[in-house]
Write a protein that binds this ligand. Structure first.
Ligand SMILES: [Zn+2]
Length: 127
């Protein structure tokens, strides 16, 4: 999976990706699907911010990731959200703390995360 493939994704794919991002990934396959769609949407956001605001946001490698070892992933992901929230004027959630094995926490976190992705997509004309 290369960056080339992700950046060639179309707006239609972005909509599908957002739908996938709102699903709660419970199985290993769910996690892989969610992870890919999530990274793709982040790259779409970064590309559109570059195109519309001439600002380059950091792109950390979020995919694949290990739900049992989230420390650095959570930090890098929350940095990416903080950067896009600042540029786009989105009031961000706390995405830094999550125990992926706690289903209640996971459901809340997935909802917070996708809410920011939806807001960014609307502002940037991605979805
Ligand atoms: Zn995200």
């Amino acid at each position: 999976m290369g960056k080339r493939n992700l950046s060639s994704q179309t707006v239609g794919h972005a909509l599908m990706a957002l739908a996938q991002l709102s699903e709660i990934p419970l199985t290993h396959e769910d996690v892989q699907r969610w992870s890919f769609a999530h990274m793709a949407n982040h790259l779409d956001i970064i590309r559109r911010v570059q195109e519309t605001k001439q600002i380059t946001l950091n792109a950390f490698p979020l995919d694949p990731f290990d739900p049992n070892n989230l420390g650095q992933w959570l930090y890098q992901h929350s940095v990416m959200h903080a950067q896009m929230d600042l540029v786009l004027g989105i009031a961000g959630y706390d995405l830094l703390s999550l125990d992926w094995r706690d289903e209640d926490q996971l459901i809340q976190w997935i909802g917070f995360n996708v809410d920011e992705h939806i807001q960014a997509g609307r502002i940037l004309g991605i979805a």
